[in-house]
Design a protein around this ligand. Structure first.
Ligand code: ADP
Ligand code: MG
Length: 582
């Protein structure tokens, strides 16, 4: 048995799990947490930190950090971290490398295989980019699975006798997915899926941040450029208040000074649940459409849905819970932790790949979340109009699937065909997403249009391969080529892996101390100025002790610092992303 890592690579948080002793188990990181913030930071000495320390650094030195890069997977966008430039794939690979190291520290040996989850609504480019990130982290990506499918696997694993239709609603940091499925006798059948890849909890925090800035006469985008420190801390404040609204009717946002400092003189803005609901109105409107679409595609009435399962940290918002309850006229199920259920499901998928006996009665089928097709021209009278879209694989077809369609050349004596491949639901290609193109050359000239066949194969990882061939000559051209996530040759991949390996992580056995240091450096800007000097002295002592290597001195300095922090009202290493374990 290889023991395959199950990884939930999230927009805000990532987790990994292993299937051990017949159960999926979450792995803890160097900070003893199961959630690793998907944030990468470059320290002044060039070493890289991932997760909690990078999250701290992001507040005091946002220009050294990258976050929410999952939103740019499958695009050419580059992120600048201090003097280094990274693609979203590279930053994701650093998060994956960090998770891999945590799991290896747990099992005490090298782990080389992984199952990585992606939002169901991730397109082909984004999936290939995720696979590439795994490869750059030195992982053999055995399977890419959809996040709601992984969540369903966790439910299915715990409730195998169930026979019912259910819906998984997953609102994470940056993406929204809805999946309708049926469970019977251990078989999990995904019926339909819909979603948006740019809607998540972070958008709600953005609305709050923008509203507070508006009160100051500032716009979020310009303020981010002109006062990055202030916006970084304000965002953190808004995030805190957003979570407070889970249990309280109102919260107070402290508005940092222009230089980013937070102290007792800061202006405070009160925010009630009603105001938050109003600010989130437009975002909430976007929640309904994918739910309607998934139900319609599944030909499923509301009352056929027995369970509504909530996944993703942002479904903790009372706003979402109330909406779901009203919409489905029943209370949603949240007995498994919404942060953890996807990673656990990835580990169940790993066990399925490994033929683990604990899951030998489970079967799972998934669907292709969107329609895939090609661009065609249409003839209206004497006029040929280009830019139309013809589906080859319809959305919500069970995968793996392979479909073939016949087309023909447009003009007489045409010797070359360029086939453009699209994903989307619109009639015209301009409204769909171009995934790539494929050129067929050497067509024998002919006065009549030449027929050719186009075969689309969508595999269990949700990755598309397109083949075209001429029945007359049998000439075949195939491609998995996409616009952005171009496949690398073996040599290019080796070079890219090598380049990423050159990037040095802050040593794992000391990263927890580095995290504490970054935490207190942030706190310095937030304590009452009266206590600042005292805190700085304690930090200096801790930093010096870190360098000295004297364990006893170091331990007493650390204890002293932690005690002072708690006296000042700051709790260190509280798992900030798990407020309530429902
Ligand atoms: P992802 O899978 O995209 O990384 P998660 O499922 O970890 O996302 O959810 C992260 C999102 O959940 C963040 O936007 C965060 O603000 C939000 N979130 C987490 N806990 C709460 C809470 N108690 N109240 C409101 N939002 C929350
Ligand atoms: Mg998630």
């Amino acid at each position: 048995m290889t023991q395959i890592l199950g990884i939930d690579l999230g927009t805000t948080n990532s987790l990994c799990a292993l299937f051990e002793s017949g159960q999926p188990q979450l792995i803890r990181n160097a900070h003893n947490q199961v959630l690793t913030p998907s944030v990468v930071g470059v320290l002044p000495d060039g070493q890289v930190v991932v997760g909690a320390p990078a999250n701290e650094l992001r507040i005091t030195q946002p220009d050294r950090c990258g976050a929410c890069f999952k939103r740019y997977m499958g695009t050419d966008r580059k992120l600048q971290l201090a003097d280094k430039t990274f693609s979203a794939v590279e930053l994701s690979s650093l998060v994956l490398r960090s998770l891999k190291q945590d799991a290896e520290a747990h099992v005490g040996r090298t782990l080389s295989d992984a199952v990585i989850t992606v939002p169901a609504y991730f397109n082909d480019n984004q999936r290939k980019a995720t696979k590439m990130a795994g490869e750059l982290a030195g992982l053999h990506v055995r399977r890419i699975i959809n996040e709601p499918t992984a969540a369903a696997l966790t439910y299915g694993f715990h409730d195998r006798e169930a026979e019912k239709k259910l819906i998984v609603i997953d609102l994470g940091g940056g993406t929204f997915d809805v999946t309708v499925m049926e469970i019977f006798e251990g078989t999990l059948e995904i019926i339909s899926t819909a979603g948006e890849s740019f809607l998540g909890g972070e958008d709600f925090t953005d609305r709050l941040t923008a509203a507070v800035l508006r009160q100051l006469g500032l716009q979020l985008e310009t303020a981010e450029l002109k006062q990055p420190l202030r916006v970084a801390r304000l965002r953190q404040e808004c995030e805190r208040v957003k979570r407070e609204l889970l249990t309280q009717a109102a919260g107070k946002v402290r508005v940092p000074h222009e230089n980013g400092e937070l102290n007792d003189n800061c202006q405070r803005v009160k925010l009630t649940r009603e105001q938050f609901a109003k600010l989130s109105g437009k975002l909430m409107q976007r929640i309904t459409a994918p739910i309607d679409k998934a139900l319609r595609d599944a030909s499923c009435d509301l009352d056929e849905i027995e369970d509504v399962i909530l996944v993703g940290g942002a479904t903790r918002m009372p706003l979402i819970r109330e909406f779901v309850e009203t919409y489905f006229r029943k209370k949603p199920i949240c007995d498994l932790n919404p942060d953890e259920v996807v990673a656990l499901g990835a580990a169940v998928q790993s066990a399925l790949i490994d033929d683990d006996r604990a899951v030998d009665d489970m079967v799972m089928t998934d669907v292709c979340p969107f329609t895939l097709g090609v661009e065609v021209a249409k003839q209206f009278g004497n006029q040929i109009m280009e830019g139309y879209y013809t589906p080859v694989i319809h959305r919500n077809t069970t995968i793996p699937v392979s479909r073939e369609e016949q087309f023909s050349t447009l003009r007489s004596n045409q010797t070359e065909i360029e086939i453009r491949i699209y994903q989307g639901e619109s009639r015209k290609v301009k409204d769909n997403l171009c995934l790539g193109e494929l050129t067929v050359t050497g067509i024998p000239p002919s006065a009549e249009p030449t027929p050719f066949l186009c075969r689309f194969t969508y595999d269990i990882n949700g990755i598309l391969e397109v083949e075209a061939y001429l029945p007359s000559t049998g000439q075949k051209v195939s491609t998995v080529l996409t616009q952005h996530a171009r496949s690398l040759s073996d040599h290019e991949l080796e070079e890219a892996v090598e380049r990423m390996q050159q990037i040095k992580f802050y040593p794992r056995d000391q990263v927890e101390n580095q995290n504490l240091l970054l935490f207190v450096e942030r706190v310095v800007g937030e304590v009452n100025p009266m206590h600042r000097q005292q805190l700085e002295e304690a930090i200096d002592g801790f930093e010096a002790a870190m360098a000295s290597g004297d364990r006893e001195v170091f331990q007493s300095m650390r204890d002293h610092l932690l005690l002072m922090l708690s006296q000042l009202g700051f709790v260190y290493n509280e798992d900030q992303d798990v407020i309530d374990h429902d």
